[in-house]
Design a protein around this ligand. Structure first.
Ligand code: BG6
Ligand code: MG
Length: 213
């Protein structure tokens, strides 16, 4: 019996997947590391440090811890420069309606984001009050695909994992939802999200009335 929906943020609600992608691509270019769309896809949903490690798989040399920290924070600076100008117009089409319809149907809503920038983004987008509970990368120890973040969201809602549904645009996120014992709605392309229980092209196609009956 479905009682709560747990949404990912970047690429599901906020039009930020492209911004993360562009920031990593810029950094990769500056340090001479090849960056194509398949690397870009692997970075989705993965936290900042793990993303850097994936990027550096292609590096011609090894990087020290200090260098890695500097690279990760440079990428974050590029990302933040773009987010600075964000507002409600950067919600993905249909996102607000999708979340509101879940609430109207009497279900709880939570956010599970791998991003440390999630609180800032929620404020910029003006949607913080749409969630009964928010878990972001600042609150957890094990990043997606580990189930910790979705389990913490369910616990925060006071629900059993089996009563929750997760919504994700990244393969790492679908894996996290499934390990948490929840059904997963994938938002995006079938080739990247083959494991999803239901696949939708975008969040505008999310229809809670078709999931509760
Ligand atoms: C995820 C994004 O939501 O957050 C990733 O899909 C991003 O692309 C990750 O790397 C971490 O974000 P941040 O803002 O903490 O660097
Ligand atoms: Mg995402």
């Amino acid at each position: 019996n479905l009682r709560g929906v747990i949404f990912d943020l970047d690429g599901v609600i906020a039009d930020t997947a492209v911004v993360h992608h562009a920031a990593w691509k810029k950094l990769a270019g500056e340090i001479g590391i090849p960056f194509d769309d398949s690397v870009g896809e692997r970075l989705k949903g993965v936290d900042r440090r793990a993303s850097l490690d994936i990027l550096l798989e292609q590096a011609a040399r090894t990087y020290s811890e200090t260098e890695k920290e500097a690279l990760a924070s440079r990428k974050n600076d590029y990302y933040r420069q773009q987010i600075e100008g964000f507002g409600p117009q950067h919600l993905l089409p249909g996102a607000r309606t999708a979340i509101e319809s879940v609430r109207r149907a009497g279900l709880k809503t939570a956010l599970a984001s791998a991003s440390r920038n999630a609180p800032l983004l929620l404020e910029k987008l003006g949607i913080a009050d749409l969630f009964d509970y928010v878990v972001d990368a600042n609150h957890i120890r094990h990043a997606k695909p580990d189930p910790e973040i979705f389990l913490a969201a369910a616990r925060g809602l006071g629900l059993a994992p089996s009563e929750c549904l997760g919504v994700e645009d990244a393969a790492a996120g679908i894996a996290s939802i499934h390990s948490a014992g929840m059904k997963a709605v994938g938002i995006g392309q079938p080739q990247a999200l083959a494991g999803a229980d239901l696949l939708l092209p975008d969040v505008a196609a999310f229809d809670i009335s078709r999931l509760t009956t």
